[in-house]
Design a protein around this ligand. Structure first.
Ligand code: FES
Ligand code: FE2
Length: 415
């Protein structure tokens, strides 16, 4: 249980709030690069700031104030040029550093045009593994951590976005919550398909450990032992707002205090013998979370998680909860956030910020599925593993995979 004031600290993300300042120290995934292929401009709301993401005709990314520095028109209705983005109201042009390059009327009619003081807000953007990351904190920006899976080859990758109408922190608490798998995915999953009993193997013990880039949770369920990789390796609640499960990442990116962008990046190694496989473009798609009747979609794994997140309210009221031993990881994570918010307030660099380019170039994480993803297995062996078998049959993480993404996946896998 938390006081209302501590809950505010964990959940408010706007500029100047303790959590807002902390999260601004890390690169945040905000889009798939392929999203900008059809239209090079995308509106972005991130940490309570309204912005416009664009790719100019030279291929440079910019993330600038959504409102034009002139008289605040919406830059997302402008267009991109060789350098920068131009406002459609009076034609002012700004580039990715926020510099105002042109003010057409002044440049024509004013004998001494000056653009002093007319720069706009702009943040750095980097592309990696098909994702676009933004950094909203003080400069110099740290290195963008290149997680090892981003360097893997011979795999089919896809990016799935979902707009979640609740605060990011309750989504991230789900990243360090092993017991929910038994209930939310196994028992409820089976009920949704007509099951009548709670038959999922019970959790017998759970353990939480901290490491340089977050937390690892481990578990033993009925039918497993301490020799199982779920106990020897575990899964990663990636600091500060990610989740890593061996073949995919999920990030809970704060849009503002009451909205979150779920960004998930998936990797599926092609079967042995299908190499070399090169993916030209990493597809990005948006997963709907509500059905026509207005109920949350519950057929897919992450959709089920979303039902839990939004069910806790726009901002979960942590003054009314009852934490037990299954929630030790949640408490560890909250405490770490409080400590790091204090560190930032004291002018210190918070945990997990990577400053060495060498270190950032490839960061390994605890991974239960490393060989599967780096070496691959024959197609016939996918059949022996219930999760892999299912994965070949259908995309079970998010509802609504577009047919053309499925087709490209089928072709890559050779199925
Ligand atoms: S408001 Fe954008 S150019 Fe005038
Ligand atoms: Fe889950």
């Amino acid at each position: 249980m938390l006081t209302a004031a501590r809950n505010e600290m964990l959940t408010r993300v706007g500029p100047g709030t303790p959590m807002g300042e902390l999260l601004r120290r890390y690169w945040q995934p905000i889009a798939g690069a392929s999203e900008l292929d059809a239209n090079p401009i995308k509106t972005v709301r991130l940490l309570g700031e309204d912005l416009v993401l664009y790719r100019d005709l030279r291929g440079r990314y910019g993330l600038v104030d959504r409102h034009c520095p002139h008289r605040r028109a919406d830059m997302s209705y402008g267009w991109v040029e060789e350098e920068g983005i131009r406002c459609s109201y009076h034609g002012w042009l700004v580039n990715e550093t926020g510099r105002c390059l042109e003010q057409p009327y002044e440049d024509t009619a004013n004998p001494k045009p000056s653009k002093a003081g007319c720069d706009t807000k702009a943040y750095p953007v980097k592309e990696c593994a098909g994702l676009l990351f933004a950094y909203l904190g003080p400069l110099p920006a740290p290195e963008l951590p290149v997680w090892e899976p981003f360097t893997w080859t011979n795999g089919f990758r896809e990016i799935v976005l979902a707009d979640i109408p609740c605060n990011w922190f309750q989504c991230q608490e789900n990243s360090i919550d092993p017991v929910h798998f038994e209930w939310m995915h196994d028992n409820w999953g089976s009920r949704l398909q007509g099951g009548t009993a709670n038959t999922a193997p019970k959790h017998l013990k759970v353990k939480f450990e901290e490491f340089e880039h977050g937390f690892v949770y481990k578990r033993v369920r009925e039918g497993q032992s301490e020799q199982d990789r779920y106990w020897t390796v575990g899964r990663v609640a990636l600091w500060p707002n990610g989740f890593y499960l061996g073949s995919h990442f999920e990030w809970r990116v704060p849009v503002d205090d009451e909205n979150t962008l779920s960004v998930a990046w998936f990797f599926m190694r092609v079967p042995k013998g299908r190499e070399p496989y090169t993916q030209e473009r990493v597809p990005t798609w948006v997963s709907p979370i509500k059905d026509e009747s207005g109920r949350w979609i519950s057929s897919h794994v992450i959709n089920q998680d979303i039902v839990a997140w939004v069910g806790q309210g726009r901002i979960a009221d942590r003054t009314k909860e009852h934490l037990r031993s299954s929630d030790i990881g949640i408490t560890m994570m909250r405490n770490r956030f409080f400590q790091e918010m204090e560190a930032v307030a004291a002018g210190k660099e918070p945990a997990g910020v990577v400053r060495s380019a060498n270190a950032a170039a490839c960061i390994a994480l605890p991974n239960m599925a490393r060989e599967l993803n780096t070496e691959g297995i024959p197609l016939a062996d996918y059949d022996k593993d219930p999760i892999l078998r299912q994965r070949l049959k259908e995309f079970r993480h998010h509802y609504g995979q577009p047919a053309q993404v499925r087709r490209a996946f089928v072709e890559a896998m050779g199925i």
